[in-house]
Design a protein around this ligand. Structure first.
Ligand code: MV4
Length: 451
């Protein structure tokens, strides 16, 4: 592999660029007209404009992206996260044009993209799943299944993930309306209205396991991450590893189950298995077939470079480590600094960053494309920096994060730095083991003001 086209923008484009350059591989950036001044354009060896600001016409424009790859002589494409990262058809088109897709196979992407199918595959592999159904035929079908499973239940879109087309149903009288609205939402968002149903798990934690596999059948886990601190939109705000308040036996079971799941899927790249954890019970939820935003948490904990490894296995090399080489050390936590206003329900804040001061020091990692004078286009997600703090203990990692957030200063747009600081200082958060509704009960408005 000599040249990689990076089909993404922002911090993850920089992240991939670094891994490629460290491996001695040349890079090609793509950018939209709204991203001409972006750092990822400057850091790559060459760059091509692939269309106007709206993502559908640039970062999702497959013909333009593949053309840029062919014209530049790239032999591989890294999709990052979001955009085309979990588009099986894109992975196929890359292969058809002799381009190595740096990610899993189209088959793995499409199986895991269909949540009901993924659940069925996991059930067959004896991975614990939430009690539930396959694809439902009708609202009446849903009502019958709900009565059997017992309320509360949750309707989910099989093409969904991340919360869209999802409804909690607490009583028989609510089934029909919930079914109709979830189906319409799924149809509108995914052009696929198919729903399934499962037992609703009350106040669980979101714990996910990082895995990576190669094309020789080797699969390892790189530990778990607790991502229970999420916004109402299901976007994660804070992630940490190891998951706090998880018994050693549950942790080991989770790791074992994740390996079983990844092997059942014959998985060949970096991926994440998401679980709901309730007491000592773990339930497989879905698999993300991409490198995730929060991957640096695991990199800090285990001392591995997951993007480098992704590139190596896509080039047909063996994983450079085995399970016994991987030892977690200490504790790592990530805060996402988004250009959005926590006091306005996390509404995106477009604008120009006038001043940008990012933290540093021992045990602090910052992945960011931000600089003073950079305008934040309204077209894309609002992540401007990921701050990751490592410590020998959770206590030390939290203290280091607190110091890092106090150093952080972004002027010109509202950010989540203030609320992240309030959370890492919060007594209940510091106690560890908060559930997924933690942020619903957190006074975002009061916490938003940056000290
Ligand atoms: C659930 C659940 C409770 N029980 N499934 C949210 C996004 C999607 N990936 C699945 N989600 C959930 N599925 C059952 N059977 C609760 C959620 C959920 C959630 C999960 C993880 C993190 C934050 C969440 C916030 C609300 C609901």
């Amino acid at each position: 592999m000599r040249k990689i086209l990076i089909a993404n923008r922002g911090e993850i484009a920089l992240r991939v660029n670094r891994a490629a350059h460290e491996l001695g591989i040349a890079t090609v950036a793509i950018f939209s007209e709204a991203d001409r001044a972006s750092l990822h354009v400057r850091s790559a060896d060459e760059a091509y404009c692939v269309g106007p600001g709206p993502a559908a016409r640039s970062y999702l424009n497959i013909p333009n992206i593949v053309s840029a790859a062919l014209i530049s002589g790239a032999d591989a494409i890294h999709p990052g996260y979001g955009f085309l990262a979990e588009n099986a058809r894109f992975a196929e088109i890359c292969a058809d044009h002799g381009l190595t897709f740096i990610g899993p196979t189209p088959e793995a992407i499409s199986t895991m993209g269909d949540k009901a199918r993924a659940k069925a595959m996991m059930a067959a592999a004896k991975v614990p799943i939430t009690p539930g159904t396959g694809i439902l035929e009708s609202a009446a079908d849903a009502a019958k299944a709900a009565a059997k499973i017992g309320f509360p239940v949750m309707l989910k879109a099989t093409a969904g993930g991340g919360g869209k087309g999802m409804r909690v149903v607490r009583a028989p009288g609510e089934v029909e309306h919930a079914y109709a609205t979830a189906q319409a939402e799924a149809e509108a968002n995914f052009k696929n209205g198919a729903l399934y149903l499962e037992k609703f798990i009350e106040q669980p934690r979101h714990v996910e396991v990082q895995v990576i596999g190669d094309t020789f059948g080797n699969v390892v886990h790189v530990g778990e991450r607790d991502c229970s601190v999420q916004k109402p939109s299901h976007q994660k705000l804070i992630e940490e590893a190891p998951a706090p308040a998880l018994g050693e036996r549950v942790r080991e079971r989770l790791h074992g189950v994740a390996l079983t799941a990844a092997r059942a899927a014959r998985y060949t790249s970096a991926g994440t298995l998401e679980f709901l954890v309730s007491g000592d019970d773990v339930f497989f939820m879905e698999m993300n077939t991409r490198i995730q935003v929060e991957h640096p948490v695991s990199e800090m904990l285990y001392g591995v470079d997951l993007v480098r490894e992704q590139i190596r296995v896509a080039a047909g090399e063996k994983l450079s480590f085995s399970q016994k080489d991987l030892k977690a050390r200490g504790h790592a936590i990530e805060c996402r600094i988004n250009a959005e206003d926590p006091s306005q329900n996390f509404a995106p804040a477009a604008g120009t960053m006038r001043e940008v001061v990012l933290p540093g020091g021992y045990g602090v990692r910052v992945d960011s494309h931000a600089y003073a004078g950079l305008a934040i286009p309204p077209f894309y997600d609002s992540l401007i920096a990921k701050i990751v703090a490592w410590g020998e203990t959770r206590e030390q990692a939290l203290k280091r994060m607190e110091c890092a957030l106090r150093e952080t200063y972004i002027d010109g747009v509202a950010t989540t730095a203030g609320i992240c600081l309030a959370i890492v200082r919060d007594e209940r958060f510091r106690a560890g083991g908060v559930s997924i509704d933690f942020l619903n009960h957190f006074d975002a408005a009061a916490a938003a003001a940056h000290p």
